[in-house]
Design a protein. Structure first.
Length: 210
């Protein structure tokens, strides 16, 4: 005669399993909490270190500005004018005519001829040279000059505005001279050499040596 197990009267119970699962979950939670707390502490320490460095740099900047103001205030009017003139000379020394001619060559169409060019002003902004130019070009049609100005704007180093135009006849050719006001901001790098750039250099550069 076989023995039968009545699970209704004697149910199977494994009380250790739920406690084991609960203990494992609690241990994993504790590990994650420790990891999160450590990461948070490291992030806070790094943020505090960065903030202290920012505060130190701000104090140094404020100190330098204060010293610069004191030095400027101690200068006489004549000395301030001399300092301004020195800055202008440094800015003009940074200006490169060869780079200007090379950049103009890349922007001007072959059927446009430069008749005059002069530098009105040169200044340095954020370590970059910015020059104001008076540029006169000779062309046979206004559309050619309009296209040329659009091309100059697309280069990102010229901003050209048309100031005036004068009808010219001479040297066996007819056309119009267009006077432009140009803002020139050269890029960093060595200028390119070309025959047309040399031809531009030989154009009438009134005020170029100022």
């Amino acid at each position: 005669m076989s023995n039968r197990l009545n699970l209704a009267s004697k149910p199977f119970n494994n009380r250790a399993l739920p406690w084991t699962i609960a203990a494992s979950i609690a241990l994993l939670s504790l590990i994650f909490l420790v990891f999160i707390a450590r990461s948070t502490a490291q992030a806070n320490a790094k943020a505090n270190s960065i903030q202290l460095e920012i505060n130190r740099l701000s104090q140094d900047e404020q100190t330098l500005r204060q010293k610069a103001t004191e030095i400027k205030g101690s200068l006489t009017t004549e000395q301030q004018q001399t300092l301004t003139s020195a800055h202008v000379l440094v800015d003009r020394k940074r200006f490169s005519w060869s780079r200007l001619f090379a950049d103009l060559e890349a922007a001007l169409p072959a059927n446009v001829r430069v008749s005059r060019i002069s530098v009105r002003d040169v200044a340095g902004h954020a370590g970059q040279t910015v020059a104001e130019l008076d540029l006169a070009v000779f062309a046979k049609s206004a559309s050619t000059v309009t296209d040329m100005m659009s091309q100059m704007d697309r280069t990102g180093i010229f901003r050209a505005d048309l100031r005036s135009q004068n009808l010219q006849k001479g040297r066996g050719e007819a056309g119009t001279e267009y006077e432009l006001y140009v803002i020139y901001t050269p890029r960093a790098g060595a200028p390119s050499n070309s025959e047309r750039a040399a031809n531009l250099a030989s154009a009438d550069s009134n005020g170029g040596n100022r």
